[in-house]
Design a protein around this ligand. Structure first.
Ligand code: PLP
Length: 409
């Protein structure tokens, strides 16, 4: 038996550690740019009005709190599948795959839960354990995949010197990946860099992926945050569906979350979809997902899935959700633009800010500059220079811009 006195203390989570330090700071002008959760123009978290309405409906109608199925209920699964792969009849290939029963969808414990479950599934049923992730990527990716028994390795993604996508090296490192490996792709609003591939770039990369028989695992945590509309942000999914229908790709998987685009963070609501080779395969894969999940958490929570189902089953509510999302993304883009305007460009090129999308700006500031912002200005961000733009608003953008202008002098 291990002596528990020998258990070393684990380091605190980098992002949550920043929030703790922020809370302790007494400076009234302090700004928290650490956490990737939406704040309004007053720096406060919100509940989407459409979500609030859906909860009102639930409060009135809900008559039981029974368990849902191991992978959620059929209604939730089909709503999500339809939303992502058929997008209101805008994707004929996705629709075909749905009709042929070639997409298995499971409700999961938000995006993190879906990543963990798919990683466990791949560890059990996929030959290669190597998973290539972009450098840099969301810090939790490496932890999730490692803990599930996969072996994460990095592919080139970002050119830190030039604050741009490192596209040529990205292609080279995908080229040199062993055949049959798993490759993690961010669907949109790459975290942390905010820098996505263009449609043409995706086409080229997907060609390499199919040629090398890689297994694409797509992480879609920010659907809607690139262009303000969830349907405009899933070009990569459409391309993958087309490749599958054309028989150039056998299968792929997608992890999705409603944390950000419905503001349902703490409700832990998301999904996994696995695109399979046949309806027979779908039956087996679905049964194995259930077998895998049952001994971990038995079945997922129900409140979030009921909110999603309520919103999707009521056209008015659905449209008001799209509008809520558009407002959220609109504010982020506006404040990003305001910050860009106020930054001193005489010695520092800030053009990358205008190309980045989503919840973050990847400033390119050095660790020392980030620490100076924290110590001298009570501005809290992760040391890689990632700023959560949702912490910026009309009341603090001047203070932030001035502080940045001072530390880059
Ligand atoms: N993937 C990426 C890239 C993320 O940034 C996040 C959240 O920050 C997630 C997945 C998972 O989020 P959640 O588990 O809250 O849905």
């Amino acid at each position: 038996l291990k002596n528990w006195n020998q258990i070393p203390t684990a380091p605190p989570d980098k992002i949550l550690g920043i929030s703790e330090a922020y809370v302790k700071d007494s400076n009234s002008q302090k700004i928290n740019l650490g956490v990737g959760a939406y704040r309004d123009n007053n720096g406060k978290p919100i509940i989407f009005p459409s979500v609030k309405k859906a909860e009102g409906i639930l409060l009135e109608k809900e008559s039981e709190k029974e368990y849902t199925g191991i992978i959620g209920n059929k209604n939730y699964q089909s709503i999500v599948r339809d939303f992502i792969f058929n997008n209101s009849n805008k994707d004929a290939n996705g629709a075909k795959l749905i009709k042929e029963d070639r997409i298995v969808t499971a409700q999961t414990i938000s995006g993190t839960g879906s990543l963990r479950v798919i990683a466990e599934f791949l560890n059990r049923f996929y030959d290669s354990k190597t998973i290539k992730v972009p450098k840099p990527t969301w810090a939790n990716h490496v932890a999730v995949f490692t803990d599930a028994g996969l072996q994460p390795e990095f592919y080139n993604y970002y050119d830190v010197e030039n604050n741009s996508l490192d596209y040529e090296n990205l292609k080279k490192s995908i080229e040199s990946t062993p055949n049959g490996s798993i490759v993690l792709l961010h669907a949109c609003c790459h975290n942390p860099t905010g820098m996505d591939l263009s449609n043409e770039e995706w086409d080229e990369v997907l060609q390499i992926i199919t040629k090398k028989n890689l297994f694409p695992l797509v992480d879609m945590a920010y659907q809607g945050f690139a262009l303000g509309n969830p349907y405009k942000d899933i070009e990569l999914i459409r391309k993958l569906n087309q490749l599958v229908v054309n028989d150039e790709l056998k299968s792929y998987a997608l992890c999705q979350s409603f944390a950000k685009n419905m503001g349902l963070y703490g409700e832990r609501i998301g999904s996994i979809s696995i695109v399979t080779e046949s309806s027979e395969q779908s039956v087996a894969i679905e049964s194995q997902l259930k077998k895998l999940i049952r001994p971990i958490y038995s079945n997922p929570p129900i409140h979030g899935s009921k909110i999603v189902e309520t919103i999707f089953s009521n056209e008015n509510l659905y449209n008001s959700w799209l509008n809520d999302l558009d407002q959220v993304v609109g504010r982020l883009n506006k404040v990003r633009d305001q910050l860009y305007q106020k930054l001193d460009k005489s010695n520092y090129n800030w053009d990358h800010l205008t190309k980045q999308r989503g919840m973050f700006i990847y400033t390119g500031l050095s660790k020392d500059q980030v620490i100076k912002l924290r110590n001298d200005y009570s501005i809290y961000a992760t040391e890689d220079g990632r700023f959560s733009i949702s912490g910026v608003n009309e009341n603090n953008v001047d203070y932030l811009a001035n502080a940045i202008n001072e530390v880059i002098k």
